[in-house]
Design a protein. Structure first.
Length: 443
């Protein structure tokens, strides 16, 4: 059981473990960098002349409060993890490894989701393209943040953080909006009466999808400024995050769009299933009016959109419940909310990882975008049309390297796009010649 000495010893253990002894001292001597929340009323302090002693005391008190706060967090965390058999050092090492894993996985997901973008764009699958664009760029944004602010919480790129935080908030609205576009299109296909669609109908559908999948996220990115209490937050090992002042209007602007889009999308998905059950025999005829769709892709799109609903709606409800349990402030005025707007709050990793609420909340936010990207690739990255494009790219690379490729008949009578050679010597000769090496070819 830790004693009161933990208030003084544990922070220093963290400094020694990370190899940065001055970090803790820097936090205490620079309280403006420590996440001691400013008063949420944002009222300016009264301007009263103070003596030098009073001014020195006012400068010392925030540092003392920072010392007590961080020590209390360590003490509480140490008690919890000693009970579970994990020490603070072990937990911090695990969290550091999770950050490294996230950086790698988020960048790989960015590439995987971006690969099939071109052929989906050629098919004018607007909702699918929007889903790919938002999730792919969202992963790239989070990857950059995790790399730039690894073991760092300095405000090194304020303009980037302004853009990044708005984009993070926009992605939370954009993915449910793209899912709504997909479900809306699937419902139109299932309920269409005429087989043929005119060019004007297709153009109208694209414009409606763009207004939902791009217009709504941009609109709510702008509206977020209403409840943006200060510029942004910086979390060590995480990056920039948007800040929302916890007031009743926040639930309408921040949480409301995600929940509403998810519910409307669920209604479209349910209606599509009902229509398909009634018109199961006509499914192929209905899909014939959409050359870019077949039964397999239709079902995969429906599964993708349904998975997005299953993720977004419960998470939005959880976020509403957690936020409502906090300190909800009444809306006083625009000036009250935006007082001291240039404030940038910075959180050391040892603090935001010390509580399960902040740790799980932040990790859920960034891993959610990556999971959405991986789900998309799971549905479409191994489909038949994707494999055809992979074979085409494989042959193109082979031709560029000067290596001969040709289809070889499979046992079932089909053709594979893999590279084949007569023997190992042929393979070595072609490969070494392609890369400019000179070897003596075996007779």
């Amino acid at each position: 059981m830790p004693t009161i000495s933990s208030f003084y010893i544990l922070p220093r253990i963290q400094g020694l473990m990370t190899g940065n002894v001055t970090r803790f001292v820097y936090i205490v001597t620079h309280p403006n960098l420590f996440p001691v929340h400013p008063p949420q009323t944002h009222r300016p302090p009264s301007k009263v002349a103070l003596s030098d002693e009073h001014q020195a005391a006012l400068l010392f008190l925030p540092g003392l409060r920072a010392l007590i706060t961080i020590s209390a967090e360590f003490l509480k965390t140490n008690i919890l993890y000693e009970a579970s058999g994990l020490s603070i050092c072990t937990r911090l090492l695990i969290m550091s490894a999770i950050t490294t894993i996230f950086s790698v996985v988020s960048f790989i997901t960015f590439i995987l989701v971006a690969i099939p973008f071109s052929w989906h764009l050629e098919a004018w699958n607007t909702g699918t393209c929007l889903y790919m664009a938002w999730s792919s760029l969202g992963c790239l944004n989070l990857f950059i943040n995790s790399v730039v602010w690894r073991e760092n919480m300095a405000n090194v790129a304020p303009v980037w953080c302004d853009i990044s935080t708005k984009f993070i908030f926009g992605v939370t609205v954009a993915l449910p909006a793209a899912s709504l576009c997909i479900n809306r299109r699937l419902y139109q296909i299932a309920s269409i009466q005429a087989v043929t669609m005119t060019r004007a109908d297709k153009r109208k559908g694209v414009l409606v999808d763009l207004s939902i999948g791009v217009g709504l996220p941009v609109l709510f990115m702008i509206l977020h400024y209403i409840v943006q209490g200060h510029r942004f937050d910086i979390f060590e090992d995480y990056g920039c995050m948007p800040f929302s002042y916890n007031t009743p209007i926040t639930y309408v602007i921040v949480h409301g769009p995600i929940l509403t889009l998810g519910i409307v999308s669920a209604v479209y998905a349910s209606l599509s299933i009902i229509k398909l059950k009634r018109r199961k025999v006509e499914l192929q005829t209905l899909l014939s009016s959409h050359p870019s769709l077949n039964a397999s892709r239709y079902l995969r799109l429906m599964c993708l959109a349904s998975t997005e609903i299953a993720l977004s709606v419960p998470l939005a409800l959880v976020a509403i419940v957690i936020s409502s349990q906090g300190d909800v402030q009444p809306w006083i005025s625009w000036e009250d909310v935006h007082f001291g707007f240039s404030w940038v709050e910075r959180y050391p990793a040892v603090v935001w990882r010390a509580t399960s609420t902040s740790n799980l909340g932040l990790e859920r936010t960034r891993w959610g975008t990556v999971v959405c990207g991986l789900i998309f690739f799971a549905f479409f990255g191994f489909a038949e049309e994707a494999m055809d494009h992979y074979r085409f790219a494989y042959r193109a690379v082979g031709r560029w390297l000067g290596v001969r490729t040709w289809p070889v008949e499979n046992l079932d009578g089909g053709y594979a796009g893999s590279m084949q050679f007569q023997d190992v010597g042929e393979f070595l000769w072609e490969t070494t010649t392609a890369i400019g090496m000179r070897v003596n070819r075996a007779p």
